[in-house]
Design a protein around this ligand. Structure first.
Ligand code: FAD
Length: 393
C-alpha cells in the first residue's frame, strides 16, 4: 500500500506539515492527522482578543478544508502512546494507527510544581491562558470584572517557553483594556528572569501609553521567588503578600506529554536533527514546534510553521523520492503594545550538524515614528492571514 504518515497535533507545526505533505505528494502518501479539538484557537493573536482588537471567532479555525480538499484523514482524538517497535500510535478512543513516519507537534505542557501553590486544578481561579480557547475567554472575563482600582497579577515563566514576547504583549493588551475601563487599576508582573524579549521596546511603550500602571518585578528584585494561593487570591513575591483580583499564572513549560511518552525527550524538550527535524532518538519520528529543542529558534507559531515546511519536504523525499531542498528557517514575532503601535523581532536560520543556527536577525528600535509602528502592526495582520491559510487551507 501507500506509505503512511501520522501527525499528532493539528497546530502551527502539525497542520502545516499535514497540508504541505498532502499538497506535494499528489495522493501518494496516506496521511492521518490526530487532534482532539474540532476548533483550534490560535494562541497567536489571543492577546489581541484580550485587548479587544480581535473577536474570539477571529482566532478560531476548523479542520474541514484539510479533510475535504486535501484528503487528510482527520481523527479527532488524543494520541495516548507510541509503540516505536510496532510503529503504531494508540488512541484514547481505542485502536491504533500504523505509521512509516510519525510527526509529533503536540505543543507544550506545564512543569508540575513550577509555581508554588498552583497546579492545573487551579486554572479556573488563576488561568494560564497559554493554550488558547476557554482559558483565554475566562481570563478576559476576569479582567472585565475587575473592581475599580483592582490589581491584575501575572506570574511570568522562566526560559525557554512558548512565545518569548507573549507575556509582555499580554501585559500591554491588559493595560490597554484597563486604561479605557478601569484607569486606576494596577498590573504587577512577577518574573523569574532578569530581562525579557523586546524589553526596551515594551518598557518604552508601557511608559508612553500606560504610565505608572505596570510594575514589572524581575529576578533581581525577587520576581522569581513567588507563591500563589488560588483560594485566597493572593500572590506572595519575595515574602510580600498581595491580595489580587486576577492572577494569570504562566508556569514553566515542557514538551507536550506525548513526546515524553514516545521516548523522544531529553529533559523537558525533544532534541532534533536540524536538517529535517527528525528526532535524535528515532529517525522515523519528527518533532516540530514548541515540543522540540529548536536550537537558536524561539518557540513560536512562525517557527513551527517554518520547521513544518522543512519536515514536510524531507518526509516526502524519504517516502516518494521527491527532491529535498536544504533546510532554511525563518521567524518573526510581532507584538502589539497599543493601538497601531506594533513592534517585531525576527531572524533567519540554517541547519548545522549541532542545531538550528541563527544566520541574521532584526528588531524594531525604540523611538520609531508612529507610521513605521503602524506599518509593523499591519504587517502582522497580513502574517496572521497567511499562516492560518497555510495551516488550514
Ligand atoms: P500548538 O499550535 O499548540 O499545537 C499543538 C496541538 O497538539 C494542539 O492543537 C493540541 O490539541 C494537540 N495535541 C497535544 N497533545 C496531543 C495528543 N496527545 N494527541 C493529539 N493531539 C495532541 N507565535 C507566533 O508566531 N506569533 C505570535 O504572535 C504568537 N503569539 C502568542 C501569544 C500567546 C499568548 C501564546 C500563548 C503563544 C503565542 N505564539 C505566537 C506561540 C504559538 O502559539 C506556538 O509557538 C505555536 O502554536 C506552536 O505550534 P505547535 O504546533 O508546536 O503547538
Amino acid at each position: 500500500g501507500k506509505p503512511r504518515v501520522v501527525i499528532v497535533g493539528g497546530g502551527a507545526g502539525g497542520a502545516t506539515a499535514a497540508r504541505y505533505i498532502a499538497k506535494g505528494s499528489r495522493g501518494e502518501i496516506d496521511l492521518t492527522l490526530i487532534e482532539p479539538s474540532r476548533t483550534y484557537y490560535t494562541c497567536f493573536f489571543s492577546n489581541l482578543y484580550l485587548g479587544g482588537f480581535q473577536e474570539l471567532s477571529d482566532i478560531a479555525h476548523s479542520y474541514g478544508t484539510l479533510a475535504a480538499n486535501y484528503g487528510i484523514n482527520v481523527v479527532h482524538d488524543w494520541a495516548t502512546g507510541v509503540d516505536r517497535d510496532a510503529k503504531t500510535v494508540s488512541l484514547a478512543g481505542g485502536g491504533s494507527v500504523p505509521y512509516d513516519k510519525l510527526i509529533l507537534s503536540p505543543g507544550i505542557d506545564f512543569v508540575d510544581g513550577a509555581v508554588e501553590g498552583w497546579d492545573v486544578s487551579a486554572q479556573n481561579k488563576m488561568p494560564h491562558a497559554y493554550k488558547a480557547g476557554s482559558q483565554t475567554e475566562l481570563l478576559k472575563a476576569q479582567i472585565m470584572a475587575m473592581p475599580e482600582g483592582g490589581t491584575f497579577a501575572m506570574v511570568a515563566p522562566p526560559n525557554p517557553y512558548r512565545c518569548p514576547p507573549g507575556p509582555y504583549e499580554r501585559v500591554s493588551m491588559v493595560a490597554h483594556v484597563l486604561k479605557a475601563n478601569n484607569p486606576t487599576a494596577k498590573i504587577i508582573v512577577a518574573d523569574p528572569k532578569p530581562k525579557f524579549s523586546k524589553m526596551s521596546l515594551f518598557q518604552e511603550g508601557w511608559a508612553n501609553h500606560y504610565e505608572g500602571m505596570v510594575d514589572w518585578i524581575g529576578e533581581d528584585f525577587g520576581g522569581g521567588n513567588v507563591a500563589v494561593n488560588p483560594d485566597a487570591m493572593t500572590v506572595t513575591i519575595d515574602g510580600e503578600e498581595t491580595k489580587v483580583d486576577v492572577c494569570n499564572v504562566i508556569p514553566a513549560m515542557k514538551a507536550g506529554r506525548i513526546a515524553e511518552m514516545a521516548g523522544v525527550t531529553d529533559g523537558n524538550w525533544a532534541p532534533v536533527n536540524a536538517a529535517d527535524m527528525s528526532s535524535k532518538a528515532d529517525l522515523d519520528i519528527y518533532v516540530l514546534g514548541d515540543a522540540s529543542q529548536q536550537g537558536d529558534m524561539p518557540k513560536s507559531g512562525f517557527s513551527a510553521n517554518s520547521q513544518a515546511k522543512v519536515c514536510a519536504n524531507a518526509v516526502r523525499g524519504a517516502l516518494t523520492g521527491s527532491k529535498v531542498f536544504p533546510a532554511k528557517f525563518s521567524n518573526t514575532c510581532w507584538s502589539l503594545i497599543d493601538t497601531d503601535d506594533g513592534v517585531k523581532v525576527g531572524a533567519t536560520y540554517e541547519a548545522t550538524p549541532e542545531k538550528i543556527a541563527k544566520v541574521d536577525g532584526f528588531i524594531s528600535q525604540t523611538g520609531e515614528d508612529a507610521d513605521l509602528r503602524k506599518a509593523t502592526y499591519e504587517e502582522s495582520l497580513g502574517w496572521y492571514a497567511g499562516i492560518t491559510s497555510d495551516m488550514f487551507g
